[in-house]
Design a protein. Structure first.
Length: 378
């Protein structure tokens, strides 16, 4: 390891997770690679997912969609979060589907298709209870009516209808059934309005694994793609998902200190005995949430060791007890958990947040290394 910290991404795990979810869901999958593939690296993850059978790629922004196309990826892409004055022509020219939730957006997309002389491929989003993006209530019939008009003029084609679940991660939550019903109502209204969407999708990772009624013709997988159990298991969980990212760093300072030594800012922590302290060159600027201090652990020389004192911007301190720590020792902050290493899901619990935030919070100073299988550089 030549840098202070690195994130080793096992693309073999990404591929295995695609196959695992596909075997359960029995539908085509959309691999969600927004936010630089949850911090894993969008282009290599997208390639691995498509090679493993993912039928679609999902991104939040036009820039993300265009970056995938620039890298040579030809798989179908859905881009779903845009201002109404977005340059939709770029997405149409790149053969990316555009998610549309408002009539204003639909007007802009249709105008771009008209200018290019190419029907824009759109997927209409209904708000079925998340109250975030999507057309709700009286907005949906108006959106459907305008979409039908623009299909008739050849300015766009409605390829899909979709929505987003609010709480599929809570097994048995009644809101999932309510949202499925609302989605089916929206779909019937779209078809009654003359639309013939071929791509119907509602399920996220949790629903893909546990809610058959929500699967329809496609499931979108984000967290499960990266090997994190969406049902909040600290490790792989019941489905055997494989965490793809291992975050690690090398020890840059070692010192033996007596009992009563204050550690880091404050100090908030004092040693209760003579211990060895090891310094890691990673901090909250690199993705170690400060809120996890006092609970967070790392993996050093075959055992878990606590982070003690405040996590700083660039560094944190480990209580290594009596371990024979040396400069340059590799420390795993989180990884697959197969040898009892801490996992990203555990870090999320320690910080009182979600694994999504832990993964996407890994900073730009941390080098990403992509590999297949166990042969990750140390």
């Amino acid at each position: 390891m030549s840098t202070l910290g690195e994130a080793a991404v096992d693309l073999g795990a990404v591929a295995a997770n695609v196959r695992t979810v596909a075997a359960v869901a029995r539908t085509p999958l959309m691999a969600v690679v927004k936010a630089d593939a949850f911090g894993h690296g969008a282009v290599p993850v997208a390639r691995a997912a498509v090679a493993a059978g993912a039928a679609w790629l999902g991104v939040a922004s036009a820039a993300e969609a265009l970056a995938l196309r620039s890298a040579g990826l030809t798989a179908p892409i859905l881009s779903w979060l845009h201002p109404a004055d977005e340059d939709f022509g770029r997405l149409i020219a790149a053969r990316a589907d555009i998610a549309v939730s408002t009539v204003d957006h639909l007007h802009a997309v249709a105008a771009a298709g008209r200018r290019l002389g190419v029907p824009a491929a759109v997927q209409l989003k209904a708000d079925t209870g998340l109250s975030r993006n999507g057309a709700a209530g009286g907005q949906w019939p108006e959106l459907v009516a305008w979409a039908g008009k623009y299909e008739a003029t050849g300015d766009l084609h409605v390829r899909g209808v979709w929505s987003h679940l609010a709480n599929a991660e809570a097994a048995g939550d009644e809101s999932v059934a309510r949202q499925v019903t609302a989605f089916e109502d929206a779909l019937r209204m779209a078809r009654a309005g003359g639309l013939d969407p071929q791509l119907i999708h509602l399920a996220n990772s949790a629903a893909a694994l546990t809610a058959p009624r929500a699967r329809f013709g496609l499931c979108r997988i984000g967290l499960a793609l990266y090997g994190i159990d969406p049902l909040d298991a600290p490790g792989p969980g019941a489905y055997g998902l494989r965490p793809a990212l291992t975050l690690r760093a090398r020890v840059v300072n070692v010192k033996r200190v007596p009992a009563g030594t204050g550690v880091s800012y404050g100090p908030d922590h004092f040693t209760d005995r003579a211990v060895t302290l090891a310094l890691l060159p990673l901090g909250f600027a690199d993705g170690l949430p400060r809120a996890a201090q006092g609970r967070a652990q790392v993996w050093l020389r075959g055992r878990r060791c606590p982070i003690v004192g405040r996590i700083a911007m660039d560094q944190c301190v480990i209580d290594a007890g009596d371990l024979p720590v040396t400069l340059g020792d590799t420390v795993t902050i989180f990884g697959p958990g197969d040898r009892d290493q801490p996992t990203a899901a555990e870090w999320a619990r320690w910080a009182g947040t979600s694994p999504h935030e832990v993964l996407t919070g890994i900073g730009a100073r941390v080098r990403r290394i992509h590999h297949y299988g166990e042969a990750a550089p140390a």
